[in-house]
Every structure is written in structure tokens, then in C-alpha cells.
Design a binder for this molecule. Structure first.
Ligand code: B12
Ligand code: SF4
Length: 456
């Protein structure tokens, strides 16, 4: 079948290549005619209105099925895309991505333009779903799908996760990196002109921090590809000219031996690459730091969250300030650039006198001394334990996202997109706290600039 996969237009916030949609395209392309439309990339590269591009593409590609990806902040834009598609032709529309994983029933209940919502890992579900749609069979019982039948929402339940990630299809990057303009659009400034892309070696995380939706998106234990399988992908991309890689795993270096073997193979294959990754401070020791440096790592993103041990304990981060201090010290010795991601507004934060904010600034200046700090208000994405505690339901989220009505909880984040925050964290307080951070941080700690990684 002719299938068009769409990443909606996203004006506010970070923009980049959707690895998730590339995996879906990779799974489908063996049996179907697949094209991809990244509306943000196209609109920015061509400086055109995305609706015009979408309408043109529908006519040119004439798809029989459309698949749309979205995170929660792009849900509204995804629904706009779906409406335009349905006005063009009444073809089946499938929506997937992190928002659907947590809010599928609400999507199907409230939005008649979406016919099927895919929950969670999509590679197997999409193949089955397209097969049934093409044969006009019922999708009743098809795991991972929520749909509507005679006005009633039917949830077929979750699908079992793919146990061996080496069996995953290759992400169809070639359908995104269409020519040199896309190469430079998707490549991160961090790699200074080198062609770069994102890549994942694992799915999930073994921790359960209260503010994070990793566990709901990828339940159970962390699953890792084998080092050989990842190296194979790297070699292939290397031969296509890619030299910079952003490892987007929720938790890189989850297994020390895995990582040491992986880095050994990078050297053995003589891959002259540079890369960045995100990990926890408790994953860092001398051997790992040396190996990171020797194998091309130039940037590490550490989720620190707060300088207050009590706050870290309450959100189940399971790290100590001492571990963080040690990790930054070691990484500094190997001249890898380090970033501490800090959020404010977690349970335990002093939102009256801001004493915990000032103490966190002292910890950053005097103990951690990262090269960069990213400061953001705690965001509540549906499904995370903290969002549930704060009373965020999918229905309520959808209402906010469609209307952006409640200025109290629904404000712009540091990256420019909108998000829900804990009730006590009002927009006025957000502005005040950001100012306290900006004026309190030492001059040699830079504020993180996301546009070195992605377009903003
Ligand atoms: C890399 C990354 C980015 C990149 C690339 C974004 C992208 N579209 O992939 C950039 C930097 C651009 C980015 C931006 C943002 N991101 Co981001 N990002 C990630 C990260 C770290 C990895 C994404 C990834 O590649 N995952 C791997 C793939 C395989 O998983 P996947 O994308 O979920 O796709 C699978 C399923 O969802 C499903 N699926 C996905 N699409 C479709 C479509 C169809 C039709 C079907 C059937 C199935 C399907 O099948 C896929 C394969 O199994 C995730 C965290 C994570 N570990 O997932 C956060 C994450 C997706 N980001 C998040 C957020 C909030 C943002 C921003 C809002 C940040 C900001 N303030 O600007 C923006 C939104 C951008 C957008 N267009 O939506 C949240 C989303 C939370 C939520 N509930 O929606 C996540 C989950 C992080 C988190 N834990 O909070 N992000
Ligand atoms: S914040 Fe990091 S360590 Fe905590 S659950 Fe999420 S991915 Fe894992």
C-alpha cells in the first residue's frame, strides 16, 4: 500500500529528526511504498506554509493510509494535520508516538479524524494493522491498537515488547535525509559541520524517577541491542558520511561491560566519530571516562535535577550530590564537555522563599562546576507518576493542549514549547526562579544552548 508518514509542523520548541518515525518507516518499507513528510523541516527549509506543503504532498503521493507521530506538545498540530488529510480524502489515519502511548483512548474518543491509535512500541503493531486495514479485516483483538467501532472506543491493550532489539528493522533515515539541505538541517551544530544523526542502543531505563515518563513509554527492564548490532549501524552510517552521533538512550552506559566492549569495537573498526550521550552520574568512573574520551565522546548530558539531597530522594532519583561532584570532576579531567540538567518545582522545592533554589546554585558553583547548566521548570507529561499525583489526566491534558487556556498551569518552557507544570509553580514564579538562576550562576558556567543539538 502507499503510506505517507508525517511528523507534524512544530513551531515552538526543539525540532529534529524523528527516529521513532524512521523505525516505523523501516518496518513498513519491506512490504509497502513508504514516504515520509517532516513538515517542520520542509516548511523551514523551503520557507513555506506547512499546510500548502501538506496539500501538495497529498496530491503528489496520493497515499492510501496516513500515519502521524506526535509527542504531547505536538498533539494539537498532529490533529490539524489529520483534519487536512481527512478533508482531502477519507483514508484511514493512524496516530502513534509518546502522546498516544499515554492518551490513546482520549484521542480516539474526542477526535473523529483519527481512526487508530497505536500504543507504545510500534514496529510490530503497524505491520499487523496495515495488513488488516488492507484486507478490510476487523482490528478487534490486535494488541497495541485503540480504535472506534460504532462510536465506542475499543482498547485492545498493550503489545508485548520486542525482546531482542537486534531484530528491529533499520531506521529509514534515507527517507528523511533527502538531500544536502536536509543533511544540514538535521545535523547538530555541536559537530561543527559534520553530518550527524541520532541513534539509540537501548529502550527504557532501570530507574523510576517520579517526574519521568520513561517507564510508561518503555515498561519493564531496560532492553539493549548488542554492541555488534549497534556497530553495524554505525559502520553503515559512517560509509554514508555520518561522523557525529547523538545517542538518545534514556540511560546510556546502563551496563559498564556493554559500554566498554562497544567502545573497544569503535576503536577496532577505526570509526573516527564524535558523539554525545546522556547518562547518570553514578555510571561514571575513571575507566569509563577514559574510554568515553578515547572513543570520541565530546559531550555528556547529566540529569542532576536538584542540588538538594532531600528533593532527589523524594523524586527517587537515586543519586547523591557526592556522586555528582565526583562524576563532574572526573569528566573535567578528560576534557569532555559536561552539562547538568536542573529542574525546579519538584516536591520539596521551596517555592515561597526559594531557599532550595539558592542552595542548588551554591552546589552548582562550588561543588559540581559543570561546563553548562540547563534550567527548566518541572514539566508534567501524562503518565509520569508526578503528573498523576498532580491530577493530570489525558482528558485534561488534551483540553489544555487544544485551548492553551489555563495560564496558571500551562506555560511556555525554556525551549519555547508549552507544558503543564505543578500547580504551585505559577508562571510568575517560573520567571522569578529563572532570573535567580541566571544571576546566581558563576560566569564560567554557561547556560545550555539547545540549538547546538537541535533547531529551536
Ligand atoms: C530524541 C528526542 C527528541 C528529538 C527528536 C524528536 C523526535 N520526534 O523523535 C528532539 C530534540 C527534536 C526532541 C524534541 C522534543 N522532545 Co523529545 N525526546 C527525544 C528522546 C530522547 C528520544 C526519542 C526517540 O527517538 N525515541 C526512540 C523511538 C524508537 O521511540 P518513539 O519516538 O517513542 O517511537 C516509537 C513509538 O512511540 C511508536 N511511534 C512513534 N511514532 C509513531 C507513528 C506511528 C504512525 C506509529 C504507528 C507508531 C509510532 O513507534 C516507535 C517505534 O517503536 C525521547 C525520550 C525517549 N527515550 O523516547 C524524548 C521525548 C520523546 N521528548 C519529549 C519532549 C517533551 C520533547 C519536546 C517537547 C521538548 C521541547 N520542550 O521542545 C520536543 C517535541 C518535539 C516534537 N516534534 O514532538 C518527551 C515526550 C513526552 C510526551 N509524553 O510526549 C520524551 C518522551 C522525553 C520524556 N521522557 O519526557 N526530542
Ligand atoms: S530521569 Fe533518567 S534515570 Fe530517571 S527514570 Fe528517567 S531516564 Fe531513568
Amino acid at each position: 500500500m502507499k503510506i505517507l508518514l508525517i511528523d507534524p509542523y512544530f513551531k515552538e520548541g526543539l525540532k529534529g529528526f524523528s527516529l521513532g518515525l524512521a523505525y516505523i518507516a523501516g518496518a513498513l518499507r519491506k512490504e509497502h511504498d513508504i514516504s515520509v513528510l517532516d513538515l517542520t523541516a520542509r516548511a523551514e527549509i523551503e520557507r513555506r506554509n506547512y499546510k500548502e506543503i501538506l496539500q501538495e504532498e497529498l496530491v503528489n503521493k496520493n497515499p492510501e493510509i496516513v500515519g502521524i507521530t506526535s509527542t504531547s506538545p505536538t498533539h494539537k498540530e498532529a490533529l490539524e494535520v489529520a483534519k487536512i488529510v481527512k478533508q482531502w480524502k477519507k483514508i484511514p489515519i493512524i496516530k502513534g508516538g509518546p502522546h498516544e502511548t499515554n492518551c490513546a483512548e482520549t484521542t480516539i474518543k474526542n477526535n473523529p479524524e483519527i481512526d487508530y491509535s497505536v500504543i507504545g512500541e510500534g514496529e510490530k503493531t503497524i505491520i499487523e494493522l496495515v495488513k488488516r486495514i488492507s484486507k478490510r479485516q476487523s482490528v478487534k483483538g490486535l494488541e497495541g491498537v485503540v480504535f472506534r467501532e460504532e462510536g465506542i472506543v475499543i482498547n485492545n491493550g498493550k503489545r508485548r515488547l520486542i525482546q531482542n532489539l537486534d531484530t528491529l528493522p533499520k531506521p529509514a533515515r534515507d527517507l528523511f535525509y533527502l538531500d544536502k539541505r536536509f543533511d544540514s538541517y538535521y545535523s547538530a551544530a555541536l559537530f561543527e559541520g559534520k553530518k550527524s544523526t541520532s541513534i539509540m542502543t537501548s529502550r527504557g531505563c532501570q530507574y523510576s524517577c517520579s517526574f519521568c515518563s520513561s517507564k510508561v513509554n518503555w515498561p519493564g527492564k531496560i532492553r539493549q541491542r548488542t554492541p555488534e548490532n549497534v556497530i553495524q549501524e554505525l559502520e553503515e552510517l559512517y560509509s554514508q558520511g555520518f561522523r557525529g552521533f547523538m545517542f538518545e538512550d534514556d540511560m546510556s552506559i546502563a551496563d559498564k561491560n556493554w559500554f566498554l566492549e562497544f567502545a573497544r569495537q569503535i576503536k577496532q573498526k577505526e570509526l573516527q566519530i564524535e558523539y554525545s550521550l546522556q547518562t547518570r552520574v553514578d555510571a561514571i568512573d575513571e575507566e569509563i571516562a577514559k574510554t568515553l574520551s578515547d572513543s570520541g565522546c565530546i559531550f555528556i548530558y547529566f540529569g542532576i535535577e536538584s542540588g538538594i539531597q532531600e528533593i532527589l530522594n523524594r523524586c527517587r532519583k537515586k543519586i547523591t550530590i557526592e556522586q555528582a561532584e565526583k562524576a563532574f570532576k572526573i569528566i573535567r579531567q578528560y576534557k569532555i564537555r559536561s552539562m547538568a540538567s536542573i529542574q525546579f518545582g519538584l516536591p520539596g522545592e521551596d517555592l515561597e522563599k526559594f531557599s532550595t533554589i539558592r542552595r542548588t546554585i551554591r552546589v552548582l558553583n562550588e561543588k559540581l562546576k559543570p561546563d553548562e547548566v540547563a534550567i527548566s521548570p518541572t514539566c508534567l507529561y501524562p503518565g509520569s507518576p508526578l503528573a498523576i499525583e498532580e491530577g493530570v489526566t489525558p482528558e485534561m491534558y488534551e483540553n489544555y493542549i487544544k485551548t492553551r487556556a489555563d495560564g496558571k498551569m500551562y506555560t511556555k518552557t525554556a525551549h519555547g514549547s508549552y507544558a503543564l507544570h505543578p500547580k504551585a509553580l505559577t508562571p510568575e514564579k517560573i520567571i522569578k526562579i529563572i532570573k535567580i538562576y541566571e544571576s546566581g550562576l558563576d560566569n564560567d558556567i554557561a547556560l545550555f544552548k539547545p540549538n547546538r543539538f537541535y533547531k529551536t
